[in-house]
Design a protein around this ligand. Sequence first.
Ligand SMILES: [Fe+2]
Length: 373
Amino acid sequence: MEGFCIRTKIKEYDTFKEFANDEQLGPDDLILTNEYIYSPSIEPLGLGCQTLFQEKYGAGEPTDNMVNAILDDLRDKNFTRIIAVGGGTIIDIAKVVAVASPEDHVDDLYDHKDSLKKHHELIIVPTTCGTGSEVTNISVINRVSRGVKMGLTSPSMYADAAAMITNMLATLPYKVFATSSIDAMIHAVESYLSPNGCSISRIFSEAALRTILKGWSLSVENGGNEAWKAYSADFLKASNWAGLAFGYAGCAAVHALSYPLGSVYHVPHGQSNQLMFADVMRKYKEIKPVGRINDLENLLAECLGTKPENALDALYALMDKVLKKEPLRSFGVKESDLPVFAKNVPQTQQRLLKNNYVPLTEAQILEIYKAAY
Ligand SMILES: [Fe+2]
């Protein structure tokens, strides 16, 4: 058994400038980011770092084509550290670049995932409050060539340091806040229920859940799309804690069932998780009404000021106020897709399904998709 361990140094700063001074960023460093983050927050500091802007290689979540083009462009650059500044896409790409040898393409990394070595020191600065990816060793790539969104994991893919900089969230659009904080909340719940969690990982799950629910409740009470910004430091911390929790305990069926929605219909990660969340939880309750899910209900009841038997419904209602949940069909999903998804998920997502609160059969997965449709 591998014990709970935090492999990444976690540092907290108020500004990017403080971080840049502390890490002495300079010409040997490659900053992997988006230009809309770089121009206002980093460029004025005149650090002289090398840069690579992800959006020049395509939009949306990382694909094998996007990452291969980036690897090709980096082959003749000399840099020591990778400084990844961004959301899940940037972070996932940076983890792959950190372990790619000069000859590697994405398929090579999946083929040799057990022997990957780190070629560049990696520092991650998250600019959303969702993925927790700065403290996990997984990168999720949509392998377009194979028609599947798959996680690549390796001990070498842990960042050496994560810099948590509150004011990097200042310009986050509301929809990105909503989907990323929903993702973090689901990381907290899935890791809390995971049979592969431990007493320590559950401390992080619980702290993340309490913090996110409090921040959401206050943001909703205060109304308007800007209200969450008063709690941005809390949301950033909570997403990091949820990352520490699921980095050990794992995510589960919600993530597994949401992957086809991302890879086929390009629904953003956090939102696709929201589309599956309530119906996965309802199926869990139906199959195994007594178990750790009751501890979760008690915790939610305490946070949301309701009775345990109403707590999950209260959570769905609060999530709806953060971002209205829509049926799968409104994203273009066809009814004929559902059996295909239900068949593929158990074949491709065992990495996640092994962390389910209860095992789910293909037939039960199909019922969940139909309920969400
Ligand atoms: Fe996630």
